[in-house]
Design a protein around this ligand. Structure first.
Ligand code: ADE
Length: 260
């Protein structure tokens, strides 16, 4: 997968791209990341990239011209003149993501969907946001990482990229992905390493037993317990969508009855 990040502050995503797992995935040719400094495409001698908004209101907005020039440098063409608008011609290969608090909620499912793309282009907003015409002309996905406002689009893009690239086959083991939180509508079970007793607290006996089936059952029970306690909304949604196996549904019913 090829990832482009358009930003006014390349040092933020650069620090993230240089982290060891990501750097290894780049080294192994699984992903390729490029940073594009939007300021390089400013067209006046002050290198301006923002201006006040039409109609009044607080704050500054990112100007459309440097953004469109930066997008086009990343090989993105406007949607309306794109060849993909013509029937019979495959969808364009680059998917343009704009992280914004007013976007669709990000999720593990969304991360899986993006991980299947050949090329992702992230537009990082600053100030009060970007001119709507950039969104209308170029952006495929407006994505929110949560119901709060961060001051940096770069951090939101980094969160999305981090959740996506690790799902690309070969980046990390598929075993690690199978039992982690959200993979099947359940949060992760608790884990322990040495020492066996830490500050008087002992590792649960079953984990020392070597009894694989009992360990599996204990872990599933812990996952169900925790998900019911902290994410009852996830349990209800997964039940509705038929995500759970029979054994999990039985455990949920048993625990719900126990809670009442
Ligand atoms: N930029 C600032 N806040 C954000 C959020 N919650 N999600 C995505 N992008 C953002």
């Amino acid at each position: 997968m090829k990832i482009h990040v358009l930003t006014l502050f390349p040092e933020i995503p650069r620090a993230f791209f240089e982290n060891s797992i990501m750097a290894k995935a780049v080294e192994r040719g699984l992903i390729d990341c490029t940073l594009i400094n939007i300021r390089d495409f400013a067209f006046d001698r002050h290198k301006s990239c923002d201006d006040s908004t039409y109609g009044g209101g607080a704050g500054m907005l990112m100007l459309p011209e440097p953004l469109s020039a930066a997008l086009e440098a990343a090989g993105v063409v406007p949607k309306k003149t794109d060849a993909d608008a013509a029937p019979g011609i495959p969808r364009r290969k680059k998917r343009v993501v704009f992280p914004t608090p007013s976007g669709k909620p990000f999720s593990q499912r969304y991360a899986y969907e993006l991980s299947r793309e050949e090329e992702l282009v992230f537009v990082c907003g600053r100030y009060e946001g970007i001119d709507q015409r950039i969104i209308d002309l170029y952006v495929d996905d407006e994505i929110s990482i949560g119901d709060y406002v961060a001051s940096s689009g770069e951090l939101a893009a980094a969160v999305i990229i981090d959740a996506v690239y690790r799902l690309i086959p070969g980046v990390i083991s598929s075993e690690s992905l199978e039992e982690e939180s959200f993979s099947d509508g359940l949060l992760e079970y608790p884990q322990y390493t040495r020492p066996e007793i830490f500050r008087g607290v002992k590792v649960p006996e079953v984990l020392l037993s070597g009894h694989h089936e009992k360990i599996r059952q204990w872990r599933l029970r812990k996952r169900v317990e925790k998900t019911l306690r902290v994410r009852p909304d996830l349990v209800e949604e997964s039940l509705k969508n038929g995500v759970y196996r029979e054994e999990t549904v039985a455990l949920i019913e048993e625990m719900k009855n126990g809670f009442n």
